[in-house]
Write a protein that binds this ligand. Sequence first.
Ligand code: S3P
Length: 170
Amino acid sequence: WRRRARGLRRRASRVPGADPLAAGNLNALDRHVALIGFMGAGKSTLGPVLAERIGREFHSVDAVIEERTNTSIANLFVERGEAGFRQLEERVAGELLARRPPAVVELGGGALAAESTRQALEGHAFALLLETSPEEAWGRVSASGRPLARDLESFTALFARRRALYDDVA
Ligand code: S3P
């Protein structure tokens, strides 16, 4: 099951009867809807809209991490290194995906690298992949201060390395 965010919106407004996001459809699944995809794919834009639409809570792994540590993701990368951030990310993703009732859960672009997160997705979630291109994503996040969006070349290389991971899960 895979759709582009843009496609979702278009389909939703034009053919309400066939709307894949209609409450009945997704709520019939007793699973979280997990939004996955690269930085800048639109997960945090779509997430709250989708959650409201299907009458669920919205949780963002990154937002929960920032709340709990009382600092930004960028700062965490500086203070604890990427490895320190990944530990937190894995723990919080595991927690959110184990919770009931099913919600809409947004995972950061790198969260799927953790085996336990991939297993939690398989066990408790319906993964919705938001696709993007490196160029489109770069246009959206290059000025955001994200630690892994420093230059277009490494950003594009990361995109290429991540692709198989997303495709395997969605
Ligand atoms: C990351 C993506 C970010 C955030 C962190 C690392 C990644 O989340 O978790 O900067 O490794 O792709 P978004 O996908 O919401 O930008």
